[in-house]
Design a protein around this ligand. Structure first.
Ligand code: BTN
Length: 262
């Protein structure tokens, strides 16, 4: 790939897909690609549309946290998805995204973990975060926005996150083409997404489960303002984490802040 610049034309030229990134909105600066994608989706924008920015001013993280998205360094993008599914299955969109990123990063030779529910970590520091946001009527999904943020070429991080975040550059000591990485992730994502749509959700779940670093460990989960402790015994068929507590009761979580105790 000669011209590696992350631009709309280069993305178009390099990504040969069926429906992912057929429509592309590229911004040199935006508040949040998730917010913009949601506005497009409300107006009926097609499935697979990619919204990508070089810089986000109000990048959204989980739990209303700010996602640091400086210019020229990372991949900050969102996909509009319209699977014909019940809301209860929407968790799989994030699972597909984390598998797609995991595979692309492993391809670069990085030894990474998926930290339940959807962070990708290198030696306990965050390389990638995923935020899926949905619109639903009763229990049927109208559309979902799956947003992915990857720290690619940052040399330094802001003080608030410097102990918790890392970048591919920091790990490999070399710059990586964002275009090349994006291409790999989108191609992987389309593959996983098609499997999901074609009913292969159990296979996806097993592939995902294999990569979850918490399983088998004693963990602490903070969820809905409460703190739980127990053994992470499995991932349920719907994607929820199963925790066995000291009273031998199984508690299931869709999401939360989890950490390994031992
Ligand atoms: C997390 O807190 O781990 C989720 C972070 C998700 C960040 C990405 S960057 C692209 C997309 N647009 C946003 O505003 N957020 C997501």
């Amino acid at each position: 790939m000669k011209n590696n610049k992350l631009s709309k034309n280069n993305i178009k030229k390099n990504i040969k897909s069926e429906f992912i990134a057929k429509n592309i909105y590229y911004f040199s600066e935006i508040d949040s690609t998730n917010s913009f994608a949601a506005k497009l989706a409300q107006k009926g924008e097609k499935e697979g549309t990619l919204v990508i920015a070089d810089k986000q001013n109000q990048g959204k993280g989980r739990k209303n946290r700010l996602w640091h998205s400086p210019a020229g360094t990372g991949l900050w993008f969102s996909l509009i998805l319209r699977p014909n599914i019940k809301v209860a299955k929407s968790h799989f969109l994030t699972i597909n995204a984390s598998l797609a990123v995991y595979k692309a990063l492993r391809n670069l030779g990085l030894s990474i973990d998926i930290k339940w529910p959807n962070d990708i970590l290198y030696e306990n520091k965050k390389l990638c975060g995923i935020l899926s946001e949905m619109s639903a009527s009763t229990n049927k999904l109208n559309y979902a926005i799956t947003g992915i943020g990857i720290n690619v070429n940052q040399k330094i991080f802001a003080d608030e996150i410097k102990n918790k975040a890392t970048s591919i550059y920091k790990i490999k000591k070399q710059k990586i083409s964002r275009l090349f990485l994006l291409k790999n992730i989108l191609i992987n994502f389309e593959e996983y997404y098609k499997k999901f749509i074609n009913g292969e959700k159990d296979k996806l779940l097993n592939e995902w489960k294999d990569k979850i670093s918490l399983l088998g460990k004693i963990i602490i989960v903070k969820s809905d303002g409460k703190v739980y402790e127990g053994k992470a015994i499995d991932i349920a068929k719907d994607g929820r984490l199963m925790l066995l507590n000291e009273n031998n009761k199984i508690i299931k979580f869709w999401a939360g802040d989890a950490s390994i105790k031992y």
